[in-house]
Write a new protein. Structure first.
Length: 350
């Protein structure tokens, strides 16, 4: 039977840390288990998972639903969208069967691209390659997760762009249901007249908004979060601190202003694989700790201080003032009580 190839291309950059990445990972399993209850989807849909951050890799080659196993999602620094596009095009060439003299080939593949950030690499060459050679052979559906995703770039790739409000109550459940229904609808229409045109399930307007006009764009920002990476002093394992941008309105009788800062969202354990997924880059300038509100304990050892700066420029955790050894450079240090003055730290690309 001819296959309906479906590629899930997932942003696993640092800005996805926390609930978003966990829910996305959980959602893949829900999508597959639900599609397995649809006989037509079970017979035709083949699913592949591609992840991208500073690099792009295939986590699961095209698999039929019966054999598919949802992968654990990695995390890395950077949002290399151009690299991801090139990778999925290479995978279409490698994995999708084209029509030949003695075969019909696979059905038109569908690519679902999910991202919550802005590209940290050049997209122009990959975009031209897509429009010149792939847009007529495959369908691309782009989902902008949250209001800071680069919607303009996504709209330059495809007419099928949706803005997903990840803060809406029950939003991820609605989102997963929409994706599952969209794949089901397309599998049902295979072979029908006009089935070459992509069909998507109706989106819940409280959670997902189709972006069809320039006026629908929401202004984005390159400063939506601050991501820091440190190592546990006790175990030397890496961790990630994420601060989300927060606007604080201040109003008096004489004036009204908005102050912008970053509030702690959480501190998450990393594995060494994070650095491979961050690619050759990863650094995204600097941030001053005076702009960062709140803190979180080390996820590996529980030390309450996770923004202690060594002379090598790297962060580590501390229990408090006193002697310490940097888990990055192994230098012995002595930390004095803080004077509550801000200092610059290296931020990641997010």
């Amino acid at each position: 039977m001819r296959r309906l190839p479906v590629f899930l291309v997932l942003d696993v950059s640092e800005s996805m840390a926390g609930d978003n990445l966990f829910r996305l990972e959980e959602g893949i399993g829900t999508i597959v288990s639900t599609l397995r209850t649809n006989p037509q989807a079970l017979d035709t849909v083949w699913l592949s998972v591609i992840a991208f951050a500073g690099i792009a890799e295939t986590l699961v080659d095209l698999q039929d639903l019966a054999a598919f196993r949802a992968p654990a999602l990695p995390m890395g620094g950077g949002t290399c969208l151009g690299l991801a596009l090139d990778h999925v095009m290479n995978e279409i060439d490698r994995q999708v069967a084209t029509p030949g003299r003695d075969r019909k080939g696979d059905w038109r593949p569908i690519v679902y691209l999910f991202t919550d950030g802005k590209p940290t690499d050049q997209v122009a060459a990959a975009r031209s390659r897509w429009h010149d050679h792939y847009a007529t052979r495959a369908d691309l559906v782009a989902v902008a997760i949250g209001r800071y995703a680069d919607q303009a770039t996504l709209r330059s790739l495809t007419e099928h762009v949706l803005l997903f409000d990840d803060t809406a109550p029950g939003g991820f459940e609605v989102f997963v249901r929409w994706l599952t229904e969209s794949v089901s609808v397309q599998s049902q229409r295979i072979g029908e007249p006009g089935s070459g045109r992509l069909s998507l399930a109706k989106a819940d307007p409280n959670v997902m908004q189709p972006l069809t006009t320039a006026g629908a764009l929401v202004p984005g920002s390159d400063q939506d979060c601050v991501v820091l990476v440190g190592r546990c002093q006790g175990t030397a394992r890496p961790y990630l601190l994420k601060y989300d941008r927060e606007t604080l309105p201040i109003a008096t009788d004489a004036f009204s202003i908005e102050l912008s800062g970053y509030r702690i969202a959480g501190c998450y354990p990393l594995t060494e694989d994070y650095f491979r997924w961050s690619g050759a880059g990863g650094a995204g300038g600097s941030a001053n700790t005076a702009d960062l509100m709140g803190g979180a304990a080390c996820p590996h050892c529980g030390n309450p201080i996770t923004v202690a700066l060594c002379g090598c420029g790297k962060l580590m955790c501390l229990r408090g003032p006193g002697e310490a050894t940097c888990p990055w450079c192994r230098e012995d240090l002595r930390f004095a009580p803080s004077a509550d003055q801000g200092f610059d730290v290296e931020r990641r690309q997010g």
